[in-house]
Structures are given as C-alpha cells and as structure tokens.
Design a protein around this ligand. Structure first.
Ligand SMILES: [Zn+2]
Length: 79
C-alpha cells in the first residue's frame, strides 16, 4: 500500500517535472523576458547594423558609428 502511494507520487512528480513543472514556469518566463527584452532591443543595443564597408552585421552597441554610418571595426573606417 505504502509502496503504491510512493510509486504514484513518483509518477505524478515525474509528470509534473516533464510537463507542468517545466513548461509552465519557462513559458511564463520566456514571455515576460521576451517582452522586456524586445522593448529594450528596439530602443537600442541588440539591433544588428551592417558595416558600411565589408557588410558584416554587428551588434549596434559594438559597432562604430562614424559620419552617419556604421562600421564593424576600426579597420573598416574610412581613412
Ligand atoms: Zn567592416
């Protein structure tokens, strides 16, 4: 009897971990995180910009903004 209860408990716990335990918090987190990040990205840093010279895409915050255009590195800056 006791063993059966433990087994059922273990199965339920396993199912909980496999489905609800995993999916619910993660899904909720992802939605909240995505929305939060999206507004941040739209405003600034995570946007990709194309290097004016070599056409490499770089994250905006790492790109070099020079005379109205973006460059991936100093080597691509016009001299
Ligand atoms: Zn470049």
């Amino acid at each position: 009897m006791l063993l059966k209860l433990i087994l059922i408990g273990a199965v339920l716990y396993g199912l909980y971990r496999l489905t609800g335990g995993r999916l619910l918090p993660e899904g909720g987190f992802k939605r909240a995180g995505k929305n939060g990040k999206k507004s941040e990205a739209e405003s600034d840093d995570d946007t990709l910009v194309e290097c004016e010279k070599c056409s490499t895409y770089v994250v905006k915050k790492e790109a070099i903004f020079y005379k109205g255009k973006y460059y991936c590195s100093r080597e691509c800056l016009p001299k």
